[in-house]
Ligand binder design. Structure first.
Ligand code: NDP
Length: 248
């Protein structure tokens, strides 16, 4: 456990999967948490998660904001700051995985991938850093495919996650004077709706891991909590793999 008592966290895409595990973990460690979601089908679940955190003594807000819409992302951060206070811990987690041969990828696919996976983190960072206290944390969720595609069909997604590495390193330099750290966590295959452990391609993915099984959302949440906590204070500009040894 980390001591995040009194901290405010903002997590994009916190309704399901890795994001929901991060929301739960940061709240369990003491943080008040605002998180976004986009789908109407996730609205009830997102509000239930916020109520669960409130029942546990945290202040929590579930905010509908499409990461495709830069103004909505900015408003969501401003909403969280107005209700909970300046963001100490920003986690850019919402992402999409549009896969397929490069010849079949459309400009819409490119724009959707880049807008959600790269532009939205940039917008959230700009909005949050303005009032982020000294010693704040920015944690971007990348992918093990950022450094090594490993198979065909992932060029757009890998490009978007590799862009997060450059963004993060630049931020570490921009914000280091304020003691604010910026890091990327690169998950390997994690059992979620995006990448179910019983999916069609799961066997191929497990075959290239050092640890021959999928990870769980809590494995990523643990690394995020560590970076967010006091022990993470001297780690910045780093890419941290939680990938079952995909890169080994
Ligand atoms: P899921 O598809 O299971 O969940 C995605 C989450 O992001 C949901 O909360 C969803 O909200 C939200 N989201 C998606 N699109 C938008 C949008 N346009 N605006 C706002 N929120 C949005 O994904 P995972 O939990 O698996 O992935 C989380 C992150 O981890 C992503 O960045 C992904 O690229 C990365 N990752 C995942 C891996 C894996 O194996 N699972 C491996 C490597 C990286 P809603 O519920 O409303 O749809």
């Amino acid at each position: 456990m980390q001591n995040l008592t009194g901290k405010v966290a903002f997590v994009t895409g916190g309704s399901r999967g890795i994001g929901a595990a991060i929301v739960r973990r940061l709240a369990a460690d003491g943080a008040d948490v605002a998180f976004t979601y986009v789908s109407e089908s996730s609205a009830a679940g997102a509000q239930a998660l916020a109520q669960e955190l409130s029942a546990g003594g945290r202040r929590a807000r579930a905010i509908q904001a499409d990461s495709m819409d830069a103004a909505a992302v900015r408003r969501a951060v401003e909403h969280a700051v107005a209700e909970l206070g300046p963001v100490d811990v920003l986690v850019n987690n919402a992402g999409v995985f549009i896969a397929g041969p490069i010849g079949g990828a459309s400009l819409d696919d490119y724009e959707r991938t880049m807008d959600i996976n790269v532009r939205a983190p940039f917008v959230a960072i700009q909005a949050a850093q303005a009032s982020m206290p000294d010693g704040g944390r920015i944690i971007n969720i990348g992918s093990c495919l950022a450094a090594r595609a490993g198979r065909p069909g992932v060029a757009l997604y890998a490009a978007s996650k590799a862009a997060l590495v450059g963004l993060t390193q630049g931020l570490a330099r921009d914000l280091g004077e304020r003691g604010i750290t910026a890091n990327v966590v690169h998950p390997g295959p994690i059992d979620t709706d995006m990448n179910p452990a019983d999916g069609e391609r799961a066997g191929d993915m497990v075959a290239v891991l050092s640890l021959p099984h999928y990870g769980e959302p809590r494995d990523i949440a643990g690394m995020v909590a560590f970076l967010a906590g006091p022990e993470g204070r001297y780690i910045t500009g780093a890419s941290l793999a939680v990938d079952g040894g995909f890169a080994a």
